[in-house]
Design a protein around this ligand. Structure first.
Ligand code: 4NP
Length: 167
């Protein structure tokens, strides 16, 4: 399957991507940590900046949900540096690509556009779906989110490598 093309970088030397969920304590910070790890492995940390935020402000300044942190730690990732932030519409101007975790997040961002997509549009296995909110469920939900995030992050970083080589 051919993944969708990334919207082009506005500055050819760097790419800025942000991931958005509801609380910024479960899904989008997990994607943020995994994407940053994959970028490190690809030697792209100087050229790609990834961060995350939530459309809701309840957890601003707080750490990741302990279940998200434990799931990441069990798979060798460090979650301790995360502090929750709230999305603000002006942040869209700072990013080449804004990735929403579910359709509700996408609607809160103003809907799909050239630079606003669902994160799982880039899922190489089952594209176009949502990353389900694990907040009210059990630990299995966090494992499921991590699996979706890992395979999708790998596809996004591969697309970034192509985009940055081409520019
Ligand atoms: P997230 O999960 O959007 O993946 O961070 C949630 C975290 C907190 C809440 C909802 C979802 N909450 O209602 O506080």
């Amino acid at each position: 399957m051919t993944p969708p093309a990334l919207p082009p970088a506005r500055d050819p030397d760097r790419y800025t991507l942000t991931v958005v969920c509801l609380g910024n304590i479960c899904r989008s910070p997990m994607a943020d940590v995994v994407l940053n790890r994959r970028l490190e492995e690809a030697g792209l940390t100087d050229r790609v900046r990834v961060d995350s935020s939530g459309t809701g402000g309840w957890h601003v300044g707080g750490p990741m949900d302990p279940r998200a942190a434990a799931t990441l730690a069990a798979h060798g990732y460090d979650s301790t540096r995360h502090r929750a932030r709230q999305w603000a519409p002006e942040r869209a101007e700072d990013h080449d690509l804004v990735l929403a975790m579910d359709r509700s997040n996408l609607a809160d961002l103003g809907g799909r556009s050239d630079r606003v997509r669902l994160f799982r549009d880039f899922d190489p296995v089952d594209p176009g779906g949502e990353v389900p909110d694990p907040y009210y469920g059990g630990d299995d939900g966090f494992e499921e989110v991590l699996a979706m995030v890992e395979r999708t992050a790998a596809a996004i970083v591969a697309a970034l490598q192509r985009e940055l080589r081409a520019s």
